[in-house]
Design a binder for this molecule. Structure first.
Ligand code: FES
Length: 215
């Protein structure tokens, strides 16, 4: 296309996009009234971003529900049968059952849960599990990346939680202790329970959440 043809085409497109005022004054009045109504609604009902709702920053609290953090069913309450024995895990946000606020105001509130054979769990882990379902902070203790993988461990045959940033691995059967990589300490554990057919939080995090070095 020549330069003149190209500019002609652009002009045609611009022309086709131009808004032509309605010649019908009645229709124009109705449109303006409708727009004014929308503006009125918008100013009367301030929208609070989900992440800024009161309570959304608080760490998981006892009796919170867990809702899916990702995928087609994001936001749905997680039930024990939603998890397959032996994995894969699900990532979840805690949700206040009274206010329905999902506590996604801080990434330190996100958890990863996985269903395991209770006989595989050590005593501490079993005490915090609900029917073999265990929960941990999703934040890797090395440099704070999220745990994103469930893979066969580097040195062994078991599936483990893995951070792909620098390959740290955590064994969820042993209180998420570090079994490979540079992470300095285990993931924080979230005690779980089952109530009214849903997975709930039984107590606040055990251990440090986040990527503080040492400890
Ligand atoms: S941030 Fe997870 S291994 Fe480095």
């Amino acid at each position: 296309m020549s330069e003149s043809n190209l500019s002609a085409s652009i002009e045609q497109i611009d022309e086709s996009r131009r808004v032509v005022p309605s010649a019908d004054p009645t229709r124009r009045t109705l449109l303006l009234s409708a727009l004014a109504g929308c503006a009125c609604l918008a100013t009367n009902e301030p929208v609070v971003a989900e992440d800024e709702q009161p309570g959304s920053n608080e760490r998981p609290q006892k009796a919170d529900l867990l809702v899916r953090a990702e995928g087609d069913k994001a936001g749905e309450v997680i039930k024990p049968d939603d998890l397959k024995l032996g994995g894969p895990p699900l990532r979840a946000w805690p949700k206040d059952p009274k206010t329905s606020v999902v506590r996604k105001g801080s990434r330190l509130n996100e958890v990863v849960i996985v269903k395991l054979d209770p006989n595989e769990l050590d005593d501490d882990t079993r005490a915090r599990a609900a029917d073999g379902i265990v929960g941990y902070s999703v934040i890797c203790t090395h440099a704070g990346c999220p745990i994103t993988a469930w893979v066969k461990q580097e040195q062994g045959d078991k599936a483990v939680l893995k951070c792909m940033c620098h390959n740290s691995e955590y064994d969820p059967r042993q209180n998420a202790q570090v079994v490979f990589g540079p992470a300095p300490r285990r993931l924080a554990a979230l005690p779980l329970a089952i109530a009214d057919g849903a997975i709930t939080v039984a107590a606040t995090f055990v251990g440090k959440v986040g990527a503080q070095q040492g400890g």
